[in-house]
Design a protein around this ligand. Structure first.
Ligand SMILES: Nc1nc2c(c(=O)[nH]1)N[C@H]1C(S)=C(S)[C@@H](COP(=O)(O)OP(=O)(O)OC[C@H]3O[C@@H](n4cnc5c(=O)[nH]c(N)nc54)[C@H](O)[C@@H]3O)O[C@H]1N2
Ligand SMILES: Nc1nc2c(c(=O)[nH]1)N[C@H]1C(S)=C(S)[C@@H](COP(=O)(O)OP(=O)(O)OC[C@H]3O[C@@H](n4cnc5c(=O)[nH]c(N)nc54)[C@H](O)[C@@H]3O)O[C@H]1N2
Ligand code: SF4
Ligand SMILES: [Mo]
Length: 716
């Protein structure tokens, strides 16, 4: 029996797990009490990492579709098939004819994080999509223009703040996002224990709201109005206090002028919050010793996603809380910190526009809300083939019915995925990857957003039946660069390491005999700010603590002016649209928002029996007052109709939701033909994104509106 210390890659919290393995069976999973960051915290998903590994439905060999049926083939056959079909397609129709959709688990996967970009760059298509455009891109966009760098995203300094204002996030359930913080419950309790205050703004009284001192049930999609009114109050009551940020800030006068019409009284009706309360929220934020404003999915995937994300940080700046202890701070990771390392070019989005709808690119990607348009609209540059990498757009992207139809019209589709599910069933070839226990891990991406600087290396806990995903990605790189299905993977890997070393200005030989992600990571650690090596991390199985966050201004800035731009035209151009909201009567219909459950992980962990028991249900949360008006009863069935489709699902009456709002979790709808997920099928639920509208976008970033969608609701 062996015990492995594993950093859990299932969400952003990066908890340390102790996994006991007996003759290749996982016999126990516990929180690692000695982990330097998580101190023993674990959630139901982490505890199920063994069940996930042993799931009999999980793919363990490549599948190729022959006459409509998937058959297991050898790896060589699978790559030969891809070469035979993709290479002529590229030759005839060009690079843009092949689209990529890269999903969320790739962010938590060292192989994808380091080698995905090698493959995508080699493919060289403009049709590059990620789950970011149904998630956090508005935050990159606003940071890009505020700070000049889309990766300069401040995180609340949870362990030292005295006042936390949370909007559109439920970290007690999601375990935190754009805020890597194991045991959020403990950390929020800590704020209250030291006499601080937690305030939550959310249309639902969530678990996070229950723990907080105050909850404000805002009308969905109106956070930008609330935040602008708070900015207004700070100016009007002379509470703007930049502190040591003063020398770094520009655009203050423009901002004051822009905020003028947004008085608390003007926004009260639309937001549903009383003017006096809004004023008090602003003044308490200004008066707090050390405060942080934090917003997440409810503030990004909504009609004013970018403006809201911008105003969150504007408040952090105006109250002098940006980049100071206990405020909103910039982490400094041991490897790959994107916003460090000297002068960088200022961020600029919209360098090109998408073919069909003319939507702006954001750091080289197009919004997934327009993927179906690009597949179904004929002409030069039409998408004819698709590569999905750990993504399930048929459940996660808006107007899901249309995407599903579009995938059926492709000439060729390849999926790198561990399940045969709602999306991968449309593929011609599926290439599985190892489980979290079969691969090494280091969270390159999420440590860049951690509330404490830490570094933790996880060697693979057990051998893998399938190739590591970085090898698969390099073989695909070989194919798309015309080297055929048997490219020299070791040679390509040498090239990748040399490139990383060149950019870091160090000697690739420093990594010695290592290859693959180990070599690349070792080089990145050596080039990083703490000058660690992979050997240092190997010697510390519970992680290396690099201390609390430290101020990083002005290194994190890369605007042309070298300052924080509080009112750049690229952000303020959407303010007139927001101002128009003040004069618009709210929609009479119910508005749909999402929610998450502790035991779900977007769309893909519903095949683990222990996670789909009990309260993890795909139901519609509706307020009793709305139910009465609409003739709905608890346990009855509702039909929810949006512009493009409808779903029928059970009703759960609850006064935790604001009247006028209905909530359905995403990631369900597992009862489609041709999948291989028996447990998920037995707990199918419905696909809420059938109702979501692919034309409703955050105007600036093109990110989909997944919260605040007008719908009609009636008894079935
Ligand atoms: N209505 C609504 N829609 C939403 C959201 C919402 O709040 N409401 N949230 C959005 C957000 S924030 C996100 S991030 C997206 C997520 O959207 P996606 O990233 O498209 O979807 P996931 O459900 O994360 O699916 C991940 C896929 O990766 C596969 N997978 C898991 N592990 C691995 C692995 O190790 N290797 C490989 N190759 N594949 C793997 C799974 O089988 C699954 O097919 O959904 C978005 N959609
Ligand atoms: N258990 C679990 N954990 C997860 C995931 C999961 O599926 N399950 N997914 C992971 C992923 S990919 C992500 S991106 C993160 C997301 O992390 P969070 O953003 O913390 O996730 P949610 O729980 O969806 O919280 C969003 C909240 O916004 C509220 N909301 C909706 N509309 C509005 C609005 O207009 N204004 C305001 N103020 N609030 C609104 C919703 O009621 C909800 O409570 O979670 C990650 N962690
Ligand atoms: S909170 Fe996230 S990282 Fe921690 S055990 Fe749960 S899924 Fe894993
Ligand atoms: Mo996400």
């Amino acid at each position: 029996m062996t015990t492995a210390h594993v950093t859990c890659p299932l969400c952003e919290a990066t908890c340390g797990l102790s996994v006991t393995v007996d003759d290749s069976r996982v016999t126990g999973v516990r929180g690692d009490a000695d982990d330097v960051f998580s101190h023993g915290f674990i959630c139901p998903k982490g505890a199920s990492i063994g069940a996930l590994h042993h799931d009999p439905d999980r793919l363990r060999a490549p599948l190729v579709k022959r006459n409509g049926e998937f058959v297991e083939v050898s790896w060589d056959e699978a790559f030969a098939e891809i070469d035979a079909r993709l290479t002529p397609l590229l030759a005839e129709h060009g690079r843009d004819a092949v689209a990529v959709y890269a999903g969320n688990p790739g962010v938590h996967n060292l192989a994808s994080a380091l080698y995905g970009r090698v493959l995508y760059k080699a493919l060289g298509t403009k049709n590059f999509y990620t789950a970011g455009s149904v998630d956090q891109i508005p935050k990159h966009y606003s940071s890009g223009y505020l700070f000049g760098d889309p990766f300069s995203i401040p995180v609340p300094d949870l362990d030292r703040t005295q006042h936390l204002l949370v909007l559109g996030a439920n970290p007690l359930v999601s375990n935190g996002s754009l805020m890597t913080a194991p045991d959020v419950r403990g950390r929020l309790r800590g704020i209250r224990k030291r006499g601080g205050k937690v305030v939550v703004v959310d249309p639902r009284r969530t678990r996070t709201a229950e723990l907080a001192d105050e909850h404000h049930a805002i009308r969905p999609g109106t956070d930008a109005l609330l935040l602008f009114a708070m900015v207004h109050v700070l100016f009007a009551e002379d509470r703007v206090s930049l502190g040591r940020l003063a020398e770094h800030v520009g655009g203050l006068d423009e901002l004051r002028e822009l905020a003028a019409p947004f008085t608390p009284e003007a926004v009260a009706g639309t937001t549903g919050l009383a003017a006096g309360e809004i004023r008090r929220l602003a003044l308490e934020l200004a008066e707090a010793d050390r405060a942080a404003v934090y917003g997440r999915i409810g503030t990004t995937t909504q009609a004013f996603g970018t403006v809201t994300s911008w105003l969150v940080d504007v408040l952090n700046v105006l109250t002098g809380n940006l980049d100071r202890e206990g405020g909103a701070m910039f982490p400094l990771a041991a490897a790959g910190q994107a916003n460090s390392g000297g002068r960088r070019r200022p961020f600029a989005a919209g360098r090109w526009r998408t073919r069909v709808r003319g939507l702006p690119e954001v750091f080289g990607e197009a919004p997934v809300a327009t993927l179906a348009d690009e597949i179904t609209t004929p002409g030069q540059g039409q998408v004819r083939a698709l590569l999905t990498v750990s993504g399930n757009p048929c459940l996660s992207a808006p107007n899901a019915g249309r995407i599903t139809e579009a995938l059926q019209g492709l000439d060729f589709m390849v999926s790198l995925d561990v399940y045969l599910n709602e999306t991968t069933r449309h593929a011609d070839v599926i290439l599985p990857g190892p489980t979290p226990l079969e691969r090494p891990h280091y969270d390159i991406a999420l440590y860049q957003l951690a509330v404490r600087n830490v570094a933790n290396w996880t060697p693979a806990a057990m051998p893998s039946d399938v190739p590591q995903e970085w090898e698969t990605m390099l073989r695909l790189t070989g194919i798309v660069t015309g080297q055929g299905p048997k490219a020299d993977v070791a040679g390509l890997d040498e090239f990748v390491a040399a490139e990383v070393a060149r950019r870091a200005g160090i000697d690739p030989a420093l990594a010695g005999e290592r290859t693959g992600p180990e070599r690349v990571l070792d080089l990145m650690l050596r080039a990083g700010p703490y000058e660690l090596t992979l050997a240092d991390l190997e010697a510390a199985p519970h992680g290396v603590d690099l201390g609390p966050l430290r101020p990083r201004m002005p290194e994190v800035l890369s605007t042309a002016s070298g300052r924080i731009e509080l009112a750049p035209p690229e952000l303020t151009s959407d303010v007139p649209r927001l101002r128009a909201e003040l004069a618009t009567a709210p929609d009479e219909r119910l508005v749909l928002i999402g929610r998450r459950h502790l035991s779900s992980n977007n769309s893909w962990m519903h095949n683990v029996e222990s996670l789909v028991r009990g309260s993890n249900r795909c139901s519609a949360h509706i307020h009793p007052a709305d139910a009465k008006r609409l003739g709905l009863v608890d346990g009855g069935t509702a039909v929810v109709t949006g512009k493009n489709g409808k779903v029928e699902l059970p009703v759960e009456l609850t006064d935790t939701i604001r009247p006028g709002v209905i909530s359905i979790p995403h990631g369900w709808g597992h009862d489609v033909e041709g999948t291989r997920t028996a447990v998920a099928r037995a707990h199918a639920g419905v696909n809420s994104n059938v109702v979501a509208d692919d034309e409703l976008l955050d105007a600036l970033s093109g990110t989909a509106v997944l919260n605040g969608i007008p719908v009609d609701v009636a008894p079935a």
